[in-house]
Design a protein around this ligand. Structure first.
Ligand SMILES: C[S@@+](CC[C@H](N)C(=O)[O-])C[C@H]1O[C@@H](n2cnc3c(N)ncnc32)[C@H](O)[C@@H]1O
Length: 213
């Protein structure tokens, strides 16, 4: 019934109109309104926005926060972090408008050109690996910069889509810079690693910078 209605609509209605309707339906399915802001409506976003971010926002020890990579759907994150010292860094200069007041237009591989070592309490590097941060060299440099710019006891939240099309290599096993961190048990998800159970297999891993002598 649904299939025949669809094909009837395609045959009878102008194709430009059908495309607009399809676009609109796609928009409704993939977006959600929160207060007056548009957010992505994917299961991994719910984990990030409803579980991970609120956990750290509530804790005073996480004040200096960096979010790596931004886009239209992270524009509202400055509201989550309004009581924090919130920074963003994004390689694409056009996306400055989605970032924090303290925004760095550059690649995360150059982070320490802008902030001191041991500066941040918390760094989110979510969805960047496999979306620009692809080569081993770039990934090593980027993670090493995160390590240097986090304080001892600081947390790195690292995530990617764990599917062959989006995973340049087995990052948690092969990235040497990640091995400098210890695993951090993230209580709300009862683990140091959590994979969202959908086709994108978005995987969050939590790391803590150990005490150095
Ligand atoms: C899929 S988006 C994810 C955005 C955001 N991190 C999030 O989780 O919502 C990836 C973004 O990372 C940016 N990006 C890619 N490589 C980068 C790098 N080396 N340094 C900073 N930003 C980078 C891209 O330009 C893009 O805007």
């Amino acid at each position: 019934m649904l299939a025949s209605t669809k094909s009837f609509a395609k045959d009878v209605l102008p194709s430009a109109f059908v495309r607009q309707v399809q676009k609109f339906l796609f928009l409704i399915a993939t977006h959600r309104l929160r207060e007056f802001d548009l957010h992505l409506n994917f299961p991994d976003r719910h984990v990030l926005e409803d579980i991970i971010i609120p956990y750290f926002v509530k804790r005073e020890e996480y004040n200096k926060i960096l979010f790596v990579g931004c886009d239209w759907y992270t524009r509202a994150y400055k509201k989550y972090f309004k009581k924090k010292n919130y920074w963003t860094i994004e390689i694409d200069k056009e996306k400055r408008k989605y970032g924090a007041k303290k925004h760095i237009s550059d690649s995360v591989e150059k982070l320490s050109d802008y902030v001191d070592h041991n500066y941040f309490d918390l760094i989110f590097c979510t969805g960047v690996f496999g979306h620009g941060m692809n080569s081993r060299e770039t990934t090593e440099k980027a993670i090493n910069q995160c390590f240097q710019c986090l304080r001892e006891g600081g947390i790195l939240v690292f995530s990617w889509n764990d599917i062959p099309e989006r995973k340049p290599f087995s990052v948690t096993q092969e990235c040497q810079s990640l091995k400098k961190f210890n695993s951090y048990f993230f209580t709300p998800l009862s683990s140091h690693q959590y994979t969202v159970n959908d086709e994108m297999r978005h995987t969050f891993v939590f790391y803590i910078k150990p005490q150095l002598k």
